[in-house]
Design a protein around this ligand. Structure first.
Ligand SMILES: NC(=O)c1ccc[n+]([C@@H]2O[C@H](COP(=O)([O-])OP(=O)(O)OC[C@H]3O[C@@H](n4cnc5c(N)ncnc54)[C@H](OP(=O)(O)O)[C@@H]3O)[C@@H](O)[C@H]2O)c1
Length: 230
């Protein structure tokens, strides 16, 4: 495929975990913008693909994000994978933790989407929200994270209807996935970590690929992916 005809995908959180696995499956036929906080790390990951560049920006930094979207006039796929978790119970969760998680998982997603909507509309593009099963099944110690992901569900549902016929919107709800996020969460809880008890990031990436490959008149609106083994 000639380079100029390649669709373009921006993946926030593309440096690690689920976002990195999504980059692997989209790199086959997309030009990639690899999002992350560290410029060198973004460039290093991008260098591993045939047609990719780094897209360094802390998504909670409005000025940095506004500068980073400059020049993006057409965008076929916007994957929001950057996210943070907080494994504390309500009684131990200070205001600052609520702000940090909601800012990253909700406010930053909404603002980046707003800035890129003209480019997405120009391409008849798609927004993919990496949400979580926690949005539907909160457990003790997940209040902040689950609340942020439930808000993300509502954001996606509203955006989908606002943009129907122009931009497709898919919410992907994985169960626990073998990434740094789970390793850190379980270490904080003092639990032993077993990767085999988790989904593989590649499995989430395969679902995202399915949404991206949907025929033009079809939209995969929501996908729930849970471990098959309990
Ligand atoms: N792992 C799970 O069990 C699981 C389950 C369901 C849903 N999810 C969701 O899947 C998404 C990806 O999670 P993951 O497990 O892949 O996490 P991860 O391995 O911890 O990776 C997080 C990614 O987000 C980026 N990021 C975090 N804060 C950022 C910020 N302020 N600005 C820019 N980038 C930022 C990180 O970039 P840096 O390289 O700069 O740190 C990194 O690329 C998240 O939205 C998460 O909520 C995860």
């Amino acid at each position: 495929m000639a380079e100029r005809t390649r669709p373009v995908a921006l993946i926030t959180g593309g440096t690690r975990g689920i976002g990195r696995a999504i980059a692997d499956v989209l790199a086959v036929d997309h030009r990639l913008l690899i999002g992350g906080r560290d410029r060198e790390r973004c460039a290093e990951v991008a260098a591993g693909y045939p047609d990719a560049v780094g897209w360094p920006a802390d998504v909670t930094d409005g000025a940095a994000v506004s500068a980073a979207v400059e020049g993006i006039e057409r965008l076929d796929v916007l994957v929001h994978s950057a996210g943070v978790a907080e494994g504390t119970v309500v009684s131990d969760t200070p205001r600052e933790a609520w702000k940090r998680v909601l800012e990253t998982n909700v406010v930053a997603v909404a603002d980046l989407t707003r800035l890129l909507l003209p480019a997405l509309r120009a391409a008849g593009g798609q927004v993919v929200l990496i949400n979580s099963g926690a949005s539907m099944r909160p457990v003790p110690g997940s209040s902040v994270y689950a609340a942020s992901k439930a808000a993300l569900t509502s954001f996606g549902d509203a955006l989908r209807e606002e943009e129907r016929g122009r931009v497709r919107v898919c919410s992907v709800h994985p169960g626990r996935v073998d990434t740094d996020m789970q390793i850190e969460l379980q270490a904080r809880k003092g639990r032993a970590y077993d990767p085999s008890e988790h989904l593989r990031p590649e499995s989430i990436a395969a679902a995202v690929r399915l949404a991206v490959d949907a025929s033009p008149e079809a939209m995969l609106e929501s996908m729930v992916i849970r471990p098959a083994f309990g």
